[in-house]
Design a protein around this ligand. Sequence first.
Ligand code: GDP
Length: 494
Amino acid sequence: SDDLSPSPQIAYDRLLGGLLVEGFDEKSCRSRYQFAHYQNSPSIPSPYLIERLRKQEALQKKCGPGTKAYKEASKQLKSGQSVNVTDCNYLFLIIHAGLGNRMLEITSAFLYALLTNRILLVDRYKEIADLFCEPFPGTSWLVPSDFPLNNDEFSQSSPESYGNMLQNKVFGENTDRSLAGNRPPYVYLHLDGIYGFHDKLFFCEDDQQFLQGFSWLIMRTDMYFVPSLFLIPAFQDELSRLFPEKDTVFHHLARYLFHPTNNVWYSVTKYFRSYLAKAEKRVGIQIRIYETKGILQRNGPFPHILNQILSCAQNEKLLPEVSMAEGAAAETQNNQTAAGTQNNRTIAVLTTSLSPWYSDEIQKKYDEQPAVDGITVKVFQPSHEEYQRSRNKKHNMKALAEIYLLSMSDVLITSGFSTFGYAAQGLAGLKPWIMFRSENHVIPDPPCGRAMSIEPCFHQAPSYDCKAKKDADLGKVVPYVRHCEDVSWGLKIV
Ligand code: GDP
């Protein structure tokens, strides 16, 4: 049957409150209209967001690959001469990094494109098409293969970067950066990793004004820079209209943009139905370890992290209590038989990790214990890839499937700092319990804390006050942009 719903009798909103439109071929991308089966959103997108998405779709179609407008714009880009701003202006995103980062960077770039009336085109070489279906009807978001610029050439030292052009006074000495003289055909925005003071001026209002004069922007980023867009006065009114509930930006845009391809979706739904669907409660635990134990043992095993996971889950009453002491097994046998005669309730724990050790140990702890109140805890982990291989297609497909499986949880425990976890919580619309990073193998106290909002954290947020022209605490400017729980210097929307 085509019906993959865990509860087919419940009506569901396949268009996600109007985020999606009818008319796509269902068979070639089943996740698009089936996602709603597996997930209850806590929030309804605003009518204005929906209106703007439809406008953006029209623009993507009018200016996208294969159109006269695109041919003209890419010809001008190739000629190296300055390109006149027309109705069709472009943002080309260079994609890289891990899956979580990619989802955050694409979402940020899309929102920026929408705010500045540009069409978004993405890098076609990073197997994006193997992972995600096309989001816009009647056009493609993949940049054509004859795109005149070579994305590998862009880095912090590129002379075309906004930061370098400012430093080299390419736009003249004028502080208003008037476009006198030879205007370059495009500007490269380097918002990646360790970026410089001048690159960060991207987040200033005057610079945004200036960038409007360019038909082509090339962006390389690995960040969720949306919180800093909320600090640019020129965007604030529009953002409030788009997102009356401010902390739903990633939630709505990610569900709008990302639709896993059939292969990925098949493994998600199959796994869900086989192991998770029947449970009384689904607890997702995302275990991402940044500590090392020598080069070979990147993910441990670290007993202190196992303790952190168990303490967090039990303190917060997400999982039943287990004794942390060894050898409770013998006494347990009898009790288990007693409990077995009671009802048969299951909590399904979905763990994701590069290592199998943590989930094995969690399962052992619960197997050793009597089932409290007749509740059985079953631990499931779809893969253990051991280490990150971001250039491997199969590896990335597994990672994506796991982000989606995590997002189908009822409650989530995530590892701080990890964009993999941010993507899952954002899709789910859940405020996770964040496990804080341990230092020198010591678990922080408390081991975890509840997130303030479902939004991802912008790790490399700038701290420059553009008006005052000096550094400032940007976590205190507006009430809805704060420092993150897990990354004290980062910013997030709450
Ligand atoms: P971050 O590094 O935690 O911020 O998350 P990213 O998703 O950007 O990069 C981590 C990459 O490592 C993922 O994309 C996967 O390739 C891999 N990875 C990390 N944790 C897991 C996991 O739990 N499951 C799988 N399948 N892959 C993982």
